[in-house]
Design a protein around this ligand. Structure first.
Ligand SMILES: Cc1cc2nc3c(=O)[nH]c(=O)nc-3n(C[C@H](O)[C@H](O)[C@H](O)COP(=O)(O)OP(=O)(O)OC[C@H]3O[C@@H](n4cnc5c(N)ncnc54)[C@H](O)[C@@H]3O)c2cc1C
Length: 483
């Protein structure tokens, strides 16, 4: 994804770009063939649910409108602002400028990548080299304490090969070893890593012939503390469900990967059950699981250190985020655009390294920090959910009530607040900025002060059962033993 986003960002600058990809080229017939047959050892999460936030979708629309059209032609879906409104707000909705730019682009990731790759291959100054496995960096030392990357070494269709370039960009994803190789060569790199606290489980389904998607009577996403879920409408009558299970829920983690358990859990969520009902759809995949999910921020130009010249990283090799927020591809695209601009703005390799580092920090740190603090809160909540005797301290209860009974309910009752909150969700404005505006906070406090009883009509339907009930239904844990 980061490599493709780089090609999209760099191609208008006229620079020749060579993308080296370890995996073989995709099958060229159909989105279904890409889903079922494209062997991607390089991307373990290829068959997990993916959606592009508006920030990324808008970058594509502004710079490569033909690509957006091709994605939609292939079956990718746009879920717009009006589609995301709760029923109570739909009736009073009048479109405003900017609403059209708040759309999520969603489909099977294989389809997104298959179409993007085919489009990138048509760009005049871009070449994609498949079956090109990078194994090493060509590192030079123009001065004793200065490193410069002048290219990469590896295998091309199994035979040793060397590629030289004035700029080498690591877009090798979360398992890329390029930065480790630089550290071994003596580069100074700073890194912060923190566990996301969850595991991801995804299963894909297809609507049965002649049947439509069910009406949306309950939200397709939910957070029950001990489990989170999301529905991702896909291309070509497909959709996927993702369940996120806290790491500490050992029994649930082990069971959810069984297809029958996965489907039983889905049947307990009102916003998902009508979709996975065997009378409506059929599974088209196993349950894909993924762990080792971390937030990681790396800086290749730490203060007071000499930055490596001629080398940049974009995408997960530079910054990893919790997939739950759906921001990884947007991060990669934003970094790619920042880098394209930096290469235009400066010619000196050290200046380029510092500029890139500083601009990425300025743009993305607020989102990164916000996600990490949400993760920490979710990890605490998941731990508390396992203790039936747990009683939150007063401060936590007040804060939780402010979020659940104030912010969330105010957003569901006021289209202006909904607009502002979704701009935040889509990374169109910095996290939390909307809530700091005096008018917004006054509205939230007003709704909160009205109290649960008078706001009763504004609450969404229950997202699903409590932990005890679910564990008993599934026959898991002490809850099941206790009966
Ligand atoms: C479960 C899950 C769900 C996610 N859902 C979303 C979502 O809904 N929305 C969103 O925006 N983000 C999502 N993300 C994050 C997003 O997938 C990543 O941020 C994104 O894929 C990063 O792109 P990348 O190019 O850095 O890495 P990757 O997409 O992993 O790509 C790395 C590429 O480098 C190639 N490669 C690796 N090593 C070599 C080598 N040595 N030589 C040559 N080629 C090599 C690989 O084959 C691959 O093509 C999700 C992540 C996970 C784990």
């Amino acid at each position: 994804m980061a490599g493709l986003c780089l090609a999209l960002a760099l191609s208008p600058t006229g620079r020749p770009v060579t993308l080296l990809e370890r995996d073989a080229a995709p099958p060229d017939e159909s989105a279904d063939q890409a889903f079922f047959d494209w062997n991607r050892r390089g991307v373990g999460h290829l068959r997990h649910s993916h959606a592009f936030l508006a920030r990324l979708r808008n970058l594509i629309k502004a710079n490569h409108p033909v690509l957006l059209a091709q994605l939609l032609d292939a079956g990718a879906r746009e879920i717009g602002f009006a589609d995301m409104l709760p029923d109570g707000l739909k009736a009073e909705y009048r479109p405003e400028p900017g609403d059209a730019d708040m759309a999520v682009l969603t489909s099977r990731r294989t389809t997104l990548e298959w179409v993007m790759r085919a489009y990138v291959e048509t760009l005049p100054n871009v070449e994609i080299v498949s079956s090109a496995l990078v194994r090493g960096l060509i590192v030079e030392r123009p001065e004793p304490d200065q490193l410069r990357v002048a290219g990469v070494t590896g295998d091309l269709v199994g035979a040793p090969h060397e590629w030289r370039a004035d700029v080498v960009i690591d877009a090798g994803g979360k398992t890329s070893q390029a930065i480790e190789m630089l550290i071994e060569a003596g580069a100074q790199v700073s890194e912060e890593t923190e566990g996301c606290g969850i595991l991801y489980y995804t299963r894909h389904y297809r609507l049965l012939p002649g049947l439509d998607e069910p009406p949306r009577t309950a939200p397709g996403t939910g957070d029950l503390g001990f489990i989170k879920y999301g529905l991702f409408p896909g291309d070509n009558r497909c959709f996927s469900i993702t369940l996120a299970v806290p790491e500490i829920e050992m029994e649930l983690r082990q069971s959810v990967v069984r297809p029958e358990t996965f489907d039983r859990i889905c049947a307990m969520f009102p916003g998902i059950a009508p979709w996975t009902d065997p009378a409506r759809s059929e599974p088209i995949s196993k349950v894909f699981g993924m762990g080792d999910l971390n937030s990681r921020w790396r800086s290749l130009a730490p203060p007071d250190q000499r930055a490596v010249q001629g080398f940049f990283a974009v995408g997960d090799s530079l910054i990893r985020t919790n997939p739950l927020y759906g921001r990884g591809c947007s991060f990669a695209a934003i970094e790619a655009h920042i880098l394209a601009r930096v290469l235009e703005d400066a010619a000196d390799p050290s200046t380029r390294a510092r500029l890139y580092d500083a601009r990425v920090k300025a743009e993305l740190t607020p989102y990164f920090d916000d996600m990490r603090s949400q993760d920490r809160a979710a990890i605490r909540r998941a731990s508390n959910a396992r203790d039936p005797a747990y009683k939150a301290p007063v401060r936590t209860r007040v804060l939780t009530s402010f979020v659940n009974d104030g912010v969330r309910i105010a957003v569901r009752s006021d289209i202006g607040l909904m607009r502002a909150a979704l701009r935040d969700f889509h990374m169109i404005e910095p996290p939390g900025a909307w809530l700091k505006r005096p008018g917004a906070m006054a509205k939230v406090l007003g709704v909160w002060a009205r109290g649960k009883r008078r706001n009763a009509d504004l609450y969404p339907p229950s997202p699903g059962p409590g932990r005890r009930e679910m564990m008993q239904t599934l026959g898991l844990g002490a809850e099941a033993a206790a009966g």
